[in-house]
Design a protein around this ligand. Structure first.
Ligand code: ADP
Length: 576
């Protein structure tokens, strides 16, 4: 075993053996496994651990709330393919972090939440310790796996197990519980050094069987209206070249799920995102690549899909197959290995795409683009500013900055930005994801800036922003190039509702977000026209320092629940 021990105490008189302790072993094990950054919130019992990490070359980024730190670790995992590390204190801090851990697991992002916890002998007899909680038990249902280390000599093993589990197979969130007593436990330094090790091949390739590959090729070869759906698993797999080669050599039209946008540039001639409904409804053979047939794809059900459609599914998780529809050709493996195998086993010209299908989709796409152009034109001229007016300016400025990362959450702010803002580079869009969750914004933005050093533009609904808005302080404290653009229509969904009691309506909100960031030393702008949005965003990106643009949007603009209003169970939903 390799070791990189940083002994806590060294013998003074030559007789006493050098010693180390739990927190040094945690840092040693993380360092040995290439961890460069920890995202967390300090407190009992992990403050010294957070201090020790930077002293040993691991960056520590401190947050105001643990769920933001956990979301940051999850985003770091998605962006780097290495589990992001989140550090939390016991009970309440642990529970706050759990939101991010569960969201990471749901989205298949690798992360590890390491949490300090209270003394086992008190917790287990429920004697009422400081921040007492059986955290391991609580974490199990929200994580891919949960482990506890009960002896300092097992810290290296625990971290190895956590990283391996988070990164391999279907990635996910892993919980690692380290009680306070174990963090402080002193052991012999040599014994400690030999107890930590570096993982070999943390996420091994998974190669599909040849018969499974041939089955998929035969199905595609016989298709009249084939379609590829690229999901965030495809983006995560970093098989960009193989995916592009397969798409282009087969000529099959594709639709990207939101976080797969940019895997191939959105203006690629085979993208049929602008004819999505027709493509789903009419496709006879559908190849899902790192995309689940969950609610975001209507569970594969009619009428959104043809009842006769046959599905090929490329996924690293075998038990994802048949979760919604019969999978005619399961291709279990990592996307890169599957794409390699398809390229190797398909005969030249065996998989092609009938021209009639391409033309049908092309015509629909053209009509939809023309319809949208009219809507965009009208929005541009509207005053007060509409979502689509502001978003067109953001789109234009982002086109000048293709390396900028985009973070996006909200209801209307999410739906409209996703469709308005094209992506041209893989893994540059991070959004509400599988849960459609609000609150990921500042955590994801911080991770994107920290992990890549590139500018980040967080496009936020005003309600969504509020969940993690206090992290503007962390953004300013670390001087990160994050520009937060708040699409502020003064409400959840919209801001023009009134309540019969005279209280603010349940959906009403009110804030000058540009003033918030000024309190922390960042640059605040207010924009009331699309031109102002463009000029302030351009200026902020060029400056490369923390900034926030509060875009004042017509309070009457916005649809209740955005595109998913039909999920509201009652008929009271305000229509627009
Ligand atoms: P989207 O929301 O973009 O449709 P999902 O999160 O529903 O994407 O699906 C991602 C899928 O990708 C998951 O089922 C996951 O198991 C799978 N996946 C993750 N990493 C890989 C990989 N390297 N190779 C193959 N499949 C992967």
């Amino acid at each position: 075993m390799t070791h990189a021990a940083t002994p806590a105490t060294t013998g003074m008189d030559g007789e006493q053996a050098a010693q180390t302790d739990g927190i040094h072993l945690v840092v040693d094990a993380l360092k040995l496994n290439g961890v460069e950054t920890i995202y967390g919130v300090v407190g009992i019992p992990i403050t010294d651990l957070a201090r020790l990490a930077p002293a040993n070359g691991i960056r520590y980024i401190g947050f105001r709330h643990e769920s933001d730190a956990a979301h940051a670790a999850a985003a770091a995992g998605f962006l780097t393919q290495k589990p992001g590390i989140c550090l939390t204190v016991s009970a309440p801090g642990f529970l706050n972090g759990l939101v991010g851990l569960a969201n990471a697991t749901t989205n298949c992002f690798p992360m590890v939440q390491i949490s300090g916890s209270s003394e086992r002998h008190l917790v287990d007899l429920q004697r009422g310790d400081y921040e007492e909680m059986d955290q391991l038990q609580a974490a199990k249902q929200f994580a891919k796996a949960a482990f506890r280390v009960s002896r300092a000599e097992d810290i290296g093993r625990g971290i190895a197990r956590a990283i391996r589990t988070a990164a391999s197979g279907r990635p996910g969130g892993v919980y690692l519980d380290i009680p306070a007593a174990v963090l402080g436990e002193v052991i012999d330094a040599e014994k400690g050094a030999s107890s930590v090790w570096e993982l070999v091949d943390a996420a091994p390739k998974q190669i599909p069987g040849p018969d499974a590959v041939d089955r998929a090729i035969d199905l595609l070869a016989g298709a009249e209206r084939p379609l590829i759906v690229l999901g965030k698993g495809a983006a995560y797999s970093r098989a960009d070249e193989q995916i592009r080669a397969f798409v282009e050599s087969s000529g099959i039209p594709y639709v990207p799920m939101s976080m797969a946008k940019g895997l191939l540039p959105d203006d690629h001639p085979q993208s049929v995102a602008t004819a999505r409904s027709l493509a789903l409804k009419r496709a006879d053979v559908v190849m899902l690549v790192g995309a689940r047939l969950n609610w975001l794809l209507g569970h594969g059900d009619a009428p959104q899909w043809s009842p006769d459609a046959k599905f090929i599914q490329v996924d690293i998780a075998a038990n994802e197959m048949d979760s919604n529809q019969p999978i005619a050709a399961p291709l279990v493996g990592d996307v890169g290995s599957v794409m390699d195998a398809l390229a190797e086993r398909a005969k030249p010209g065996q998989i092609t795409t009938p021209a009639a299908w391409r033309e049908e989709l092309g015509a629909k796409s053209e009509a939809n683009v023309a319809k949208m152009a009219k809507r965009l034109e009208a929005a541009k001229a509207a005053h007060p500013m509409k979502f689509l007016g502001a978003l067109q300016s953001i789109r234009d400025v982002l086109a000048e900055n293709p390396n900028a990362y985009v973070v996006n959450e909200g209801a209307n702010a999410l739906d409209l930005a996703r469709n308005t803002i094209p992506m041209s580079v893989p893994r540059h869009r991070l959004d509400s994801g599988t849960w459609g969750v609000m609150g990921i914004g500042m955590g994801y933005a911080i991770a994107a800036a920290v992990e890549t050093g590139e500018p980040v533009v967080a496009i936020e609904g005003d309600s969504a922003f509020g969940f993690s808005g206090m992290e503007l302080e962390a953004i300013c404290r670390y001087n990160l190039p994050v520009i937060t653009v708040v699409l502020n229509n003064s409400g959840v969904y919209r801001g023009d509702e009134v309540s019969p009691t005279g209280d603010p309506a349940p959906t009403y909100l009110k804030a000058r977000h540009d003033l918030m960031i000024q309190a922390f030393g960042g640059k605040g702008y207010q924009a009331t026209t699309p031109d102002e949005v463009a000029s302030t965003l351009r200026e902020a990106i060029a400056a490369g320092v923390p900034a926030l643009i509060d875009c004042i949007i017509d309070p009457g603009d916005g649809t209740e629940s955005g595109n998913i209003g039909h999920l509201n169970p009652t008929g009271l939903t305000q229509k627009k």
